[in-house]
Design a protein around this ligand. Structure first.
Ligand code: SAM
Length: 337
């Protein structure tokens, strides 16, 4: 789509969503006149906007009524909170441009994080499931013990355990979120192969040298660079000789993936105070500082998460000597209370 058309489509979607037309068409088909009279919009303007959205693939028209397209329905179903939750953040864009203030604080205190994520993570599991399975099948070796840091639903590590019947998963997250992890494990019939480590990843006691695979999926972007690097250092203590680290996040790439990262970075900035979409090269340099060599980058195929990928380290050569994380942490406190 060229720039002129992209701008027109975005403006039409914004206006149609704000007026209630998108929600209505996700519910049931309706004609232009019905929508205009139900939502008090101008009949002529409504028709023009609906046609833009039809031509861009958001809507379908059967000659009488408009309805949400299969693609819009599937996007709505796969996104946690659907299109409304997505647009709640995007509607904040003009204010964010003026003030730089985010709408939400998903990177706040431990209690705020737990509250934000305890229910959301099961929705994220449905969104990430295809990519998690892609990662599981692309990973070399058979990790026996997996630590999932900021596990949420645990979808990434559970997909790996599903592909490797000998693997067990330890999920590290806040207690309320771990309830969702247990539910997801049960839904995947893996409840007998999971364990939990409840608490804050910056202070939880991680058994030294105990894990063949440590997964950090979509957690580093909640942290500014200094804190993200410290977290990587600290959890790497848990790596067994020969173990690997996998970081899943929105790293971008060429074309669509580059746009995916730029759009994600803006969305992230409107729902966190200090969240950052760290470049792959930066995360790789943190891995090296930790004593682990980055080995492979994987880009997921699902267009719903374009820009998201995995960085996979080479097997660790022996016990790592991570720097004194407690000391570094002193300089990089959590978000203001
Ligand atoms: C964006 S979600 C990602 C969940 C899951 N890894 C995924 O990709 O679906 C971030 C998760 O990290 C957890 N988290 C954030 N900060 C944390 C911390 N300091 N210690 C432990 N867990 C944390 C949140 O509770 C949440 O479950």
């Amino acid at each position: 789509m060229n720039i002129l058309d992209s701008a027109g489509v975005a403006a039409s979607f914004y206006a149609a969503h704000r007026a209630g037309l998108i929600g209505a068409l996700l519910g049931a088909p309706a004609s232009c006149s019905e929508l205009a009279s139900r939502f008090g919009t101008d009949r002529h303007a409504t028709g023009l906007i609906l046609e833009v959205l039809r031509s861009a693939g958001f809507l379908e028209h059967d000659g009488t009524a408009y309805t949400a397209s299969a693609e819009l329905r599937s996007t709505h179903a796969r996104l946690p909170g659907g299109v409304d939750a997505l647009m709640m953040i995007w509607m904040h864009t003009p204010e964010f441009l003026a003030s730089g203030a985010p709408l939400r604080r998903m990177d706040g205190s431990s209690a705020e994080r737990a509250g934000e994520y305890e229910n959301l993570v099961l929705g994220l599991a449905s969104l990430f499931m295809p990519s998690a399975r892609e990662l599981a099948h692309g990973l070399e070796g058979t990790p026996r013990r997996i630590l999932d840091v900021g596990a949420g639903s645990g979808i990434w590590s559970l997909a790996i355990a599903e592909a490797h019947p000998g693997s067990t998963v330890t999920a590290l997250d806040f207690p309320p979120v771990l309830e969702s992890f247990r539910r997801q494990a049960a839904a995947m019939r893996l409840e007998d192969r999971v364990d939990v480590l409840a608490g804050d990843a910056y202070s939880a006691e991680i058994p030294e040298g105990a894990f063949d695979l440590i997964v950090l999926a979509n957690i580093l972007h909640l942290e500014p660079a200094e804190r993200a690097a410290v977290l990587l250092h600290r959890v790497a203590d848990g790596l067994a000789p020969g173990g690997r680290i996998v970081v899943v996040d929105v790293f971008g790439g060429d074309g669509d993936a580059d746009r995916g990262r730029a759009v994600y970075a803006l969305h992230l900035a409107m729902r966190t105070e200090r969240g950052t979409a760290h470049p792959a090269e930066t995360v790789e340099s943190w891995l090296r500082q930790t004593g682990v060599a980055p080995e492979m980058r994987m880009q997921f195929n699902d267009p719903m998460v374009h820009g998201m990928g995995a960085l996979i380290s080479a097997p660790a050569s022996g016990m790592l000597e991570a720097p004194a994380a407690g000391h570094l942490l002193h300089a990089v406190p959590m978000a203001k209370p």
